[in-house]
Design a protein around this ligand. Sequence first.
Ligand SMILES: Nc1ncnc2c1ncn2[C@@H]1O[C@H](COP(=O)(O)OP(=O)(O)OP(=O)(O)O)[C@@H](O)[C@H]1O
Ligand SMILES: [Mg+2]
Length: 265
Amino acid sequence: MSEPDPDVWMQADWPVERARHLLLPRGAPYTCETYQGGGKRAHTTKKAFGAGQILLLGTSGSGKSTLANSLLAWATIHSPVPRPLCFLGMPEEWLKCLPDYMQKVAYTLKGLDELHKVKRGSIVLIDDSGIHAAARRAMSGGNVMFSKYAQIARHQDVTMVVTAQAFRIIDFAADAVTEGCTLIKWYDMGALKHERPEIRSKVEMAQQILRDHTGNSSEACRPFYYCIEDKQLAKFPAPDWVLADDIGRPFGLLTEERMKEVLGS
Ligand SMILES: Nc1ncnc2c1ncn2[C@@H]1O[C@H](COP(=O)(O)OP(=O)(O)OP(=O)(O)O)[C@@H](O)[C@H]1O
Ligand SMILES: [Mg+2]
């Protein structure tokens, strides 16, 4: 399994500053590059907040799971003491897809009804949140729990990383979370029309920037994302393990029994 090159993994724009602020443990120092006009750059050191919520939004196949796992790997490598990594709803056997340094701190929980078991200081990945939150069943039990937890997670020094194909699928109070980071990947223009009004214009702007930069190709767009809070287009490095087939398709590993549980049947 190839290890990421630490130099590449600490590039100025990887990850964007806002994501570093939430991913590193509380109080951990990180360096930011600030542009001072006239081509001049300065370095400043900040202290991480170490909690909050990172939303990754984009059409299916845009590379959300890949980016999410790369972010968690980055955080693990660059934290003075690596944070526990909670993979909510993932099958236990899926953890074997991760490199050793992540497996050492990784654990799984079955679903939203186990949120109370999240270890203090964890980064929690809720991938394909549409399935877990079942948001289309308006404010179902799971969703209420999700919503409540999102608001108190910072009391436990927990950072939530949530992926979804659209903001409208996430039916919890994302706005109530003080420390947030929204990372946008490729959206189908058709899907954009149905996006919630409070975010639509921001996603539209992100699409314009992503498309201009990548020649309007969804494939060329995969290594890129746009951060709404930092107003920044950024690129992320993807090592071999994160591009393996099973990483983005954890439900492919589920047994029939677990599949029944996930589908709520
Ligand atoms: N930076 C990248 N470079 C090369 N290939 C990538 C990159 N990011 C993602 N891919 C590939 O694109 C495909 C889709 O990625 P991924 O599974 O992360 O998408 P997704 O947005 O999570 O999709 P879904 O919504 O269906 O879960 C995968 O085969 C993945 O390996
Ligand atoms: Mg995915």
